[in-house]
Each structure stands twice: as C-alpha cells, then as structure tokens.
Design a protein around this ligand. Structure first.
Ligand code: HEC
Length: 150
C-alpha cells in the first residue's frame, strides 16, 4: 500500500515537471504558444494594476527575465524537491511565488511549516523529511534567485 502511494505521488510530481518543461517550450510558437502569450499579457495587466510602485516594477521585470532566460540555473535539489510546485525559477505554479523573497523570509516560513506553526499539509508533509541545514541551503538559494539575473 505504501509503495502504491509513493509511486503515485512520484508520478504526479514527474507529470508536473514535464508540464513545466512543456510550458517553457510552448513559447516557440504554435497555438499553445499564442495562448500562453495571451496569458502572460493578462497576468502583466493584473500585476501592474495591483502594485504600481517602482520597486515592484523592477521586480516584475526581473521575474520576466528569469522566466525567459535559459541561463537561469538552479540546484538539482531545488529542481527535484521544490520546482514542481514553485516553478524552476521560484515564480510559482501550484505553490506561491517565491521569487524576490529574502532568504530569511523563506527560511522562517519553512521552519514554521515544518514545526506545524504554519499549517499546510502539503508543505509540512514535504518538509518533515528534509533536515534544517538543507532547508537553510535551499532558502539561501531561493533568496539569491533575483541576484542571478542582474
Ligand atoms: C506539492 C507542491 C509543493 C512542493 C513540492 C513545494 N511546495 Fe512550497 N508551498 C506549496 C503550497 C501549496 C504553499 C502555500 C501554503 C500556504 O498557503 O500556506 C507553499 C508555500 C511555501 C512557502 C511560503 C511562501 C509564502 O508566501 O509564505 C515557502 C517558503 C515554500 N513553499 C518553499 C518551498 C521549498 C523550499 C520547497 C522545496 C523543498 C517547496 N516549497 C516545495 C506547495 C509546494
């Protein structure tokens, strides 16, 4: 029974990763590419309506570049454990956008999920198997995403 559950969740995660990879390629054209292009513009309109300060504009343009840059490299650890929900650049798919948050902020959230102070079954179940030192490393990495594309 346990094996079946593990197998199924692996399938789901791998499926999500493939989905992410496909979205990346869809920019190259075709009907899917156009739809995604439309979605991007739609998102941008929403974002610029919500936060109009200069700082946010800068962050948003950084995010765009991160999304479009194939140079953007992340650790294998982040890719395999976090990217399926938070995106290869932390921009968020199922999970929230982590891009642009500080390492401290990320680390605090992670510890809060792990200890159960912040309640979320997905994050808790995931983090329970990861050592604090490793979480710290991941938090440092995610916090530095925005510096990678300056
Ligand atoms: C199965 C999907 C999934 C995976 C895999 C996952 N997360 Fe999450 N993550 C979520 C969801 C959903 C939330 C939002 C929880 C909430 O609403 O409190 C979240 C929230 C977070 C937050 C808090 C963000 C905020 O705005 O407060 C951090 C930080 C975070 N995740 C980091 C990570 C890291 C680091 C990894 C890899 C070790 C990871 N996540 C893997 C789904 C996931």
């Amino acid at each position: 029974m346990k094996n079946i559950i593990v197998g199924l969740s692996t399938l789901i995660i791998v499926g999500l990763m493939i989905y992410v990879a496909l979205i990346g390629k869809a920019f190259q054209g075709g009907e899917a590419g156009k739809i995604i292009e439309d979605m991007k513009t739609f998102n941008k309109v929403k974002i610029s309506k919500k936060d109009s300060s200069k700082e946010n504009d800068e962050l948003n343009s950084l995010k765009d570049r991160a999304g479009n840059s194939s140079e953007f490299k992340v650790s294998q650890n982040f890719k395999s454990k976090c990217a399926s929900c938070h995106g290869v650049n932390g921009k968020g798919i199922l999970g929230p956008d982590l891009f642009g948050k500080s390492s401290e902020e990320i680390y605090t959230s992670l510890i809060e999920y792990k200890s159960g102070r912040k309640e979320n079954p997905i994050m808790k179940g995931l983090l329970i198997k990861i050592e604090e030192a490793e979480l710290k490393e991941l938090a440092e990495e995610i916090g530095s995403f925005k510096d990678k594309i300056k």
